[in-house]
Design a protein around this ligand. Structure first.
Ligand code: KG4
Ligand code: ZN
Length: 347
């Protein structure tokens, strides 16, 4: 019997052992989960190789993935004390991301799954970020509101069940993480920008006036980070033109406050309007301490349960990919060996 026909006839296990593989950007990640339990979570990053270029260089990232992929998978299996023969399925990010980088993970996962005669589960990276919440709280079930804020996406979602979301609002231009990275560049901070803005902001204050997003539309759930970024550029440029010094820490703090206040406002409004009692915050920007503290305060005030994955599960990791893989495994959403990487896919 052919590989795919055989895979489709598999009996579905309640708590399968899944190997997750993620290689969409500059981190090569592998993880083993059993049901919703993380048994290992390994990351090898090429971030330091990109610093001097001020952002991820696709070719450098692809080469680094090629060197790291088998090591990181072996390490994840070793730490989980699992043999390859014990793995029930392989979940791999097939998009969105850098094509050459994705291809390394997809090709490796396909070869491994085919040789082991086990299913390969194609995972949408963004859905993986959302699934991180299910690892943080093993009891979490939809419905809930999810704030997703990463380098490529910013959205408020009404999660109706494990497979369907209503997008209540999203960014109309730059994503929140993208804005953090661009403002970091203006302030001459190293890549990746988000964590460096957060660090610098610790010594700053909110004393620079920045524009409010869609201030005339109190009902929108959308975001627009491009204007906020431009306002920061203009402020710094004007001060430079006048030959005046400005406090970079204040710029970082004021930007961080504007960027995160709006995320919290939209999320809490969605909670009220959709009458749900639970909020999850996911994606790289959810690692930001200022956002974490702010949303926690609001949730306590409004008696809302908050699911906030540990920082290392907000930024790219393979456990979230394995978790989304588990959801797809349950409905036998398996790929054939013709699975390909895709640079852009929607939610
Ligand atoms: O989710 P992620 O790891 O990758 C994707 O885009 O899918 O998100 C990366 C983004 C980057 O823009 C990075 O600057 C931002 O998340 N980020 C942060 C922090 N840590 C990562 N932004 C603000 N504060 C942080 N501590
Ligand atoms: Zn990501």
């Amino acid at each position: 019997m052919k590989y795919y026909e055989k895979i489709k006839q598999l009996n579905i296990k309640e708590n399968p052992i899944i190997l997750g593989i993620e290689s969409s950007c500059d981190e090569t990640c592998a993880s083993v989960i059993c049901g919703r339990e993380i048994i290992s979570n390994e990351i090898m990053s090429s971030a330091s190789e990109h610093v001097k270029f001020g952002g991820v260089v696709p070719e450098i990232a692809s080469r680094a993935h090629t060197e790291a992929i088998s090591k990181v998978c072996e390490l994840a299996l070793q730490k989980a004390e699992k043999k390859l023969s014990e793995i029930d399925a392989i979940a791999v990010t097939y998009g969105a991301g850098l094509l050459g980088a994705l291809l390394v993970g997809v090709s490796y996962a396909k070869a491994l799954a085919f040789s082991l005669n086990i299913p390969i589960i194609p995972v949408n990276h963004i859905r993986g970020h959302i699934a991180a919440a299910y690892l943080q709280d093993k009891e979490l079930q939809p419905p809930y509101i999810c704030l997703l804020a990463s380098g490529g996406h910013t959205a408020v979602l009404n999660v109706k069940d494990y497979y369907n979301y209503d997008v209540l609002g999203q960014t109309v231009d730059d994503a929140a993480g993208e804005a953090f990275d661009k403002v970091a560049r203006i302030l001459k901070l190293e890549y990746p920008g988000g964590p460096n803005i957060e660090k610098l902001a610790k010594n700053g204050a909110n004393n620079i006036v920045l524009p409010k997003m869609f201030s005339n539309d109190k009902k929108t759930y959308n975001f627009s980070y491009s204007g906020l970024k431009t306002a920061v550029i203009n402020y710094c440029h004007n001060m430079d033109e006048k030959g005046q010094e400005y406090n970079k820490a204040d710029v970082a703090y004021s930007f961080q406050k504007s960027a995160t206040d709006v995320l919290i406002e939209r999320t809490m409004r969605a909670v009220k309007e959709c009458s749900v009692k639970t909020v999850a915050v996911c994606g790289g920007v959810a690692a930001n301490g200022f956002l974490r503290d702010g949303i926690l305060k609001e949730c306590i005030k409004n008696n809302i349960k908050l699911i906030l994955p540990e920082r290392k599960f907000c930024t790219d990791n393979a456990s979230m990919i394995a978790m989304e893989g588990l959801l797809q495994y349950k409905i036998k959403n398996f790929a054939d060996i013709s699975l390909n990487a895709k640079a852009s896919i929607t939610l």
